[in-house]
Design a protein around this ligand. Structure first.
Ligand code: FAD
Ligand code: DLZ
Ligand code: SF4
Length: 518
């Protein structure tokens, strides 16, 4: 490696730090400092990410590097197919530090424990002092969340969210919540009908940079899940902002009412489809919340929509990040329900007679996207009821969605969806029989199973699995006050009916274990 000279700070910008105001650039100088961005094999394969997720991020990284150069920065950009690419962050950092001998290596804290642990060894490895800076793109710092959590018996999102509303002043009027209530979720549970106007997310044609990335991903990651085409994601800040503005105009007004709805063939409904952009740093969370508040104040969206939307970003998104950093690294190994079944093969193919699951998985394969209620009440609910190993469930979610980074995915999966943290995050498991899915979707109408049948070969598998789940986990769950009613129903049930549920669930799970098509 030839020694180059003239670098004061070497600033490493990671793939999900594509923000001009990122803290690592604070105080930097275009003459004295150099930026390093690296496409590395290790990050593309630590789980086998969806092809579209890899393509999105690499294209967004290349566009960001181009914008930085246009703004006068000196950027060293290492592409995946560069001959000298070492394949890892640490290899690239070692190489660049040897080449530039910077006074300091500057990095904004990464969003995953795995990378942070590795980074802690870099100073010893390179001999270059590491200036690790806080990620200021969140509305509460890790220390701020820790302070909020300290001394609390329960870490409920709703309490956290109210404090965040007060802290930011979002949807507040004279110190009180706008409209008199903090939360309008009760208004947000309507099913959707096929004849409703369906807005669509804004789509962007691939440019030369994206096309080159698509070829690269196709050649290198052909065996990863997912289809690459059509590729329509925004890969620049400007386009991501246009996508959000299109959501404000076309879909926000219906966001609240239809937030929990699911409809065959409608992959996006009234969701904003911006999580991949937000998590990569192309959008700013506070700016999004302010725009939504403004839309409500201008009468362009009802309060239940604006509040519901702001709660997702100001509440849930910040809260799960806080939980992640509060509880890692042990959190990842949580398995309160001792679930151990392997993840069924149809999670990778969508090949199942259960229509709700085939819809959710197939659109995941096509788009690297499923909306929240599909993730929680279809793929998550099934894995929970079937007793799938939560670590395998976690790795699946981390791999298949374009918005997935461990800080946000892990608490959602381990905590909210699989109850593997024993109720730290959710006050009760998000477990439901087919009845809920039938109420919130049109999936059951064209399913090979019958949602009205409770037991037997043709019965909706969710029905018997639900009761078998409650019975199997009685020791851990029966004391939960929010499950008092279902346990009371189970206890009152005639023994032969209980036995029919047990047998139905056991037969279905045996089939699953024999890897037969279900
Ligand atoms: P919208 O429905 O339009 O919501 C707006 C925004 O709110 C989202 O873009 C997102 O930034 C935020 N948001 C909403 N719900 C949550 C939540 N529960 N946690 C954090 N932020 C939220 N979200 C991710 O960003 N990355 C993940 O890896 C991820 N994994 C998940 C895994 C499971 C098992 C579950 C149940 C949820 C997961 N979520 C994850 C949360 C949520 O499903 C997605 O944020 C949402 O579906 C993204 O689509 P959207 O942009 O259309 O969101
Ligand atoms: C997810 C991802 C992928 C697929 N590829 C890269 C990459 O090649 N280079 C990079 O800097 N970042 C990538 N990322 C995002 C990182 O995994 C992410 O920055 C860390 O997990 C920390 O959150
Ligand atoms: Fe899903 Fe059961 Fe409805 Fe089929 S009947 S779509 S398996 S909930």
């Amino acid at each position: 490696m030839t020694r180059k000279t003239g670098c004061r700070h070497l600033i490493l910008i990671l793939g999900d730090q594509l923000t001009p105001a990122i803290s690592s650039l604070g105080g930097a100088d275009t003459e004295l400092d150099r930026i390093l961005m690296v496409e590395v094999h290790e990050e593309t394969t630590y789980v086998r990410h969806h092809k579209k997720k890899i393509a999105f991020l690499l294209s967004a990284m290349r566009h960001f590097a181009q914008e930085l150069r246009e703004d006068g920065w000196q950027v060293d950009y290492v592409q995946l197919d560069d001959g000298a690419n070492t394949g890892s962050f640490r290899g690239e950092v070692a190489q660049a530090c040897a080449a530039w001998a910077p006074d300091t290596l500057v990095v904004t804290e990464p969003g995953e424990w795995r990378v942070r642990a590795d980074m802690a060894t870099w100073q010893a490895m390179t001999g270059v002092p590491l200036d690790l800076r806080e990620d200021t793109r969140f509305l509460i710092s890790e220390a701020g969340f820790r302070a909020w959590a300290t001394g609390r018996k329960q870490l409920r999102m709703e309490h956290f969210y109210r404090e965040m509303r007060q802290k930011t002043g979002l949807l507040m009027e004279d110190g009180k919540p706008a409209g008199g209530k903090w939360n309008y979720d009760a208004d947000n549970r309507k099913p959707a009908r096929g004849d409703l106007f369906m807005p669509q997310p804004a789509r962007f044609a691939p440019d030369d940079i994206t096309r080159a990335v698509l070829e690269l991903v196709d050649a290198r990651f052909g065996d990863h899940i997912g289809t690459l085409e059509p590729f329509w994601f925004a890969v620049t800040r400007r386009d991501a902002e246009a996508a959000f503005d299109a959501f404000l105009e076309g879909a926000l007004a219906g966001f609240g009412t239809y937030q929990d709805a699911m409809l065959t063939g409608e992959k996006f409904l009234y969701h904003s489809v911006i999580s991949a952009y937000l998590n990569a740093g192309l959008l700013d969370p506070l700016a999004l919340c302010r725009k939504v508040e403004a839309a409500w104040r201008q009468g362009r969206a009802p309060l239940n929509a604006a509040e519901g939307y702001i709660r997702q970003i100001l509440g849930w998104r910040e809260y799960v990040r806080g939980i992640y950093w509060l509880k890692m690294p042990d959190y990842a190994a949580s398995n309160a329900l001792a679930a151990s079944r392997p993840l069924p093969g149809f999670y990778w193919t969508g090949d199942t007679g259960m229509h709700c699951l085939s819809e959710a998985v197939r659109q995941t394969i096509e788009e690297a996207y499923a909306h929240h209620i599909q993730r929680l009440m279809i793929t998550g609910n099934f894995a929970l009821l079937a007793g799938v190993d939560p670590h395998q469930v976690h790795e699946w979610y981390l791999a298949v969605y374009a918005d997935a980074y461990e800080w946000v995915e892990l608490p959602n999966t381990i905590g909210m969806s699989q109850f593997a943290d024993g109720g730290l995050l959710a006050s009760k498991p998000y477990a439901s029989s087919g009845n809920y899915i039938n109420k919130m979707s049109d999936y059951c109408g064209t399913c090979s199973y019958d949602v009205r049948l409770k037991t037997g070969e043709k019965a909706c598998p969710f029905n018997a699995l639900y009761w078998a789940f409650l019975e199997r986990n009685r020791d851990v769950l029966s004391g939960n006050p929010r499950l008092g009613q279902p346990y009371a129903t189970w206890n009152r049930m005639a023994p032969d009916k209980q036995q029919a549920y047990r047998e139905s669930a056991a037969r279905f799970l045996e089939k699953l274990d024999r890897q037969e098509r279900v």
